[in-house]
Ligand binder design. Sequence first.
Ligand SMILES: [Zn+2]
Length: 456
Amino acid sequence: MSSHRGSSSGRGAGGGAAPPVDDGISTRTSDEQKAIEDICVALFRNFINTDNQVGGTTFIRLHRDRLLPCLMEGLTRLPACMSGLDASRGWFVFWITHSLELLNYQLDDATKRNVVSFLARCQHPDGGFGGGPGQLAHLAPTYACVAALMVIGGEEAYRCVDRGRLYSFLMRVKNVQRGGFDLHEGGESDMRGVYCAIATASMLHLLTDELVDGIPQHIAACQRWDGGIASEPGSESHGGYTYCGLAALTILGQAQHLNLHRLLDWACHRQMSVEGGFQGRTNKLVDSCYSFWLGGILPVVHEALRQCGEYVPPSHYWISPMALQFYVFLCCQDPRGLLRDKPGKPPDFYHTAYALSGTSLSQHGPSGRQEVTGHPDNRLAPTDRFYNVRFDKVRMARDFFAAQPPFTTAEGHKGREGAGVTAYHEMLTLAESSSVGGGGVEDGRVEEIIDSRGTS
Ligand SMILES: [Zn+2]
């Protein structure tokens, strides 16, 4: 079996990495790995042979002209082949509006109103959101619909959420016996539920002591020997669950419950040395959605280490942003418009949103240092590392909810945003004021602040 780093020499987008180990034994897994490496290398070579005479990497293009019409059409009409995804309609709204905001596309007021009105119809009378109008409340679409409302932004969108009922839904799905949250009442429980509940409650300033009680210990119990986080205690480390567990704990300001160095080591080694993109688990193939689920771990670890009192140089990113962008731009843009998991797979809205989200984080770096591969137009708006909503929209929503009377339960529990999010923004504000005063802030986060204001 080939190693998780691939079976060939360092000849691709991530070619600067140490040579992968190869035991020379052919299996289905190693054959599939070799095949995708060969396809990616052929695409890289094709690009070099076509464009090297006119300037090399500056001609790598993100084809916005193809992407935008597909995204706009998807907002109003989904293809018949996607009718089976009726329970993911809130997700479609998030994937599409979030992709558009990263591309700096401004929706007109009528479209925004339509989006808010649709999301309002997905809200369950007893709290939380379903996958579509009239459907059962479920934690995954609850996160998606609330995140989409943050993307739209503004008082009408924020006030659309019934925070009191949403809170009671979160308390109903909290699983005290097993730890974590069930995805819906009587449903399965895994790390997605933990992230969706914690991120949603933090966005809406609904985190209380009773909601959070026991959650850090549950997440810590899901960290595995190799540093990654599993869906539940005893399962296999997985990129998506690792982002979910780490982000939830860092939002809560409780990242010290994890072995962050081991987690970092595991995450870094998921970047493929030939293809440049990320795999979701050891010995799996590259997949563009892990540009976010794995690539998003790095900036969160950066902040988690800072909050745990460890110095990390602002420029440290631990992975290669350029190699990741080579993979997304050269291997994942489908000629029909959207982005795909990998060459040979059909494009879709999910992979479009998460490939762009991961690209955005890689371009702006953990400390805001910009690294855009190819044409300057490839630059995306910065997304927030905790919620995956555009950074300036998150700031706007924080200001709104901070100005509201605090949510208080009948028993007197007070709602708030996560302590880790508060600490992160306090650090940014300090950096910003030092910069304004000519304090010579070495940390590039100031660029991120200025940058986000420029795109609002
Ligand atoms: Zn994927």
